[in-house]
Design a protein around this ligand. Structure first.
Ligand SMILES: [Zn+2]
Length: 446
């Protein structure tokens, strides 16, 4: 039995803890926070016909190795602001068709890594490679990956040795992660919708201006094309409790240029979505953001505000959009799961360079939503194009940075204009070859 004194002390302790928690969350004058409520489905009329399984793995490097993304780095990482994560979402329809979506707080998905994991997942879990998606957030505050084995000479170089070892370990843990997500499949209700978020801005100069115009070489370009949609898939338990979300945005994860591990704005968006929801997994799927940067960006643009604060603000802005997309007018995911993936040969302008095998994948999540995934760093024109061309037949969600990491993929427009995103030297056929394959696989999965 608890003594009166003790129970009083406990009560007082609770009140103090509650008071300090509330004061930490709601400043004086703010609207009081609502107490936690029991879960309520956003679509209670929707029959529970799917299964979903989630798994998370921390992939923060065990040592301060060199960081990926910027060529100008002159030393390894020195600290950590956030852990980096790999997350897997397995989905299964009524007929037992399965897909696994893996998101990574990392720079990219090297093709060799993707192929190795695809082969292992097929062998161990009978998951066809076409039904596996690997997408990277392209954070520039993560480790360098290396899939080419190192020589005895290179072994002496810690930069090369660490990145090779890290990538080997990553490969093994991602296969395990996929297995755990599949093991965790339990009944779920799936809905999706989209919201908008405005911090991504076109980072190329305005090529329509004559060269002698005073703004001809100024960036960013507020008139340039952007894709501000935030498509969001919501997974809830049969009782309505939200269990996970998968959300997309088309923008480089380059708010930061420091020497700390961090998921950048996407890392914060995931953290904010998870922090007040126990046992909830938020996953970020990078869109066609090759020519998009977050703005404002970098110190001294906003007086007195650091890069990290701006980064967190962008994360908050994106997570707020996801919160809306999860509850407003949910669209049910009904019907079969179908997936197809094929490689298309992309040629270089220099015909002596060998073609590149480029992965294109379409995952039809039921009858109303098609997820189109493209490899490497894809400019925003692709996303806008496929939504325009296919959007009357289905909801269209386009992801870049998927299943391959081989530099920039310009549209024909960007290729003709030139500049940074056009410098890889692709032939002018690049956009049409990708578009033809997208249309083919879209048809095949409907
Ligand atoms: Zn990039």
């Amino acid at each position: 039995m608890v003594s009166p004194f003790l129970s009083h002390a406990l009560l007082l302790g609770c009140a103090l803890a509650l008071g300090s928690a509330l004061s930490a969350q709601a400043p004086a004058g703010a609207t009081p926070l609502s107490p936690p409520k029991p879960p309520v489905s956003v679509a209670p009329h929707l029959e529970v016909r799917w299964k979903a399984g989630l798994a998370t793995q921390k992939v923060t490097p065990p040592q301060f190795m060199w960081m990926a993304g910027y060529g100008g780095r002159n030393k390894p990482a020195e600290g950590k602001v956030q852990d980096l994560f790999a997350k897997a979402m397995a989905l299964e329809d009524e007929a037992g068709n399965r897909v696994v979506i893996v998101t990574l707080d990392l720079i990219g998905v090297p093709q060799a890594l993707r192929r190795e994991i695809g082969a292992k997942a097929q062998e161990r879990f009978k998951l066809p490679p076409s039904h596996l998606l690997l997408n990277a957030s392209h954070t520039h505050s993560g480790p360098i990956l290396r899939t080419t084995p190192i020589s005895a000479e290179e072994e002496k170089n810690p930069r090369l040795r660490h990145s090779w070892q890290y990538t080997q370990d990553l490969q093994r843990s991602l296969v395990e992660l996929i297995g755990r997500a599949l093991q965790n499949l339990t009944p779920a209700r799936l809905t999706w919708n989209k919201a908008r978020c405005g911090f991504a801005m076109n980072r190329r100069r305005d090529y329509s201006l004559p060269p002698d115009h005073p703004n001809a070489n100024r960036v960013p370009n507020p008139d340039g094309p952007v894709d501000h949609e935030v498509p969001t898939l919501r997974i809830e338990e049969p009782n309505g409790r939200p269990r996970a979300c998968l959300f997309g945005y088309a923008c480089h994860n380059t708010s930061l240029g420091f020497y700390n591990w961090c998921g950048d704005y996407a890392g914060f968006a995931q953290q904010f979505l998870q922090e007040h929801r126990p046992d909830f997994t938020a996953m970020f799927l990078t869109g066609c953001g090759a020519d998009q940067n977050p703005y404002p960006r970098r110190s001294d643009v906003v007086p007195g505000i650091t890069d990290l604060e701006l980064c967190m603000q962008h994360g908050r802005s994106l997570s707020n959009a996801v919160e809306m997309a999860m509850v407003v007018n949910p669209r049910p995911i009904i019907g079969r799961l179908r997936a197809a993936m094929q490689e298309v040969k992309l040629s270089y302008a220099n015909s002596k360079r060998p073609d590149h095998d480029y992965p294109v994948q379409v995952i039809a999540l039921g009858d109303g939503l098609s997820l189109i995934t493209l490899g490497s760093e894809v400019v925003v024109d692709y996303s806008l194009r496929f939504k325009r061309e296919l959007g009357s037949q289905s909801g269209i969600w386009v992801a870049g940075y998927s299943n391959d990491y081989n530099g920039y993929i310009p549209s024909l427009r960007v290729l003709k204009e030139g500049g940074y995103e056009a410098a890889a030297g692709w032939a002018q056929s690049v956009e049409e070859r990708i578009a033809a394959k997208v249309h083919e696989l879209f048809k095949a999965t409907r």
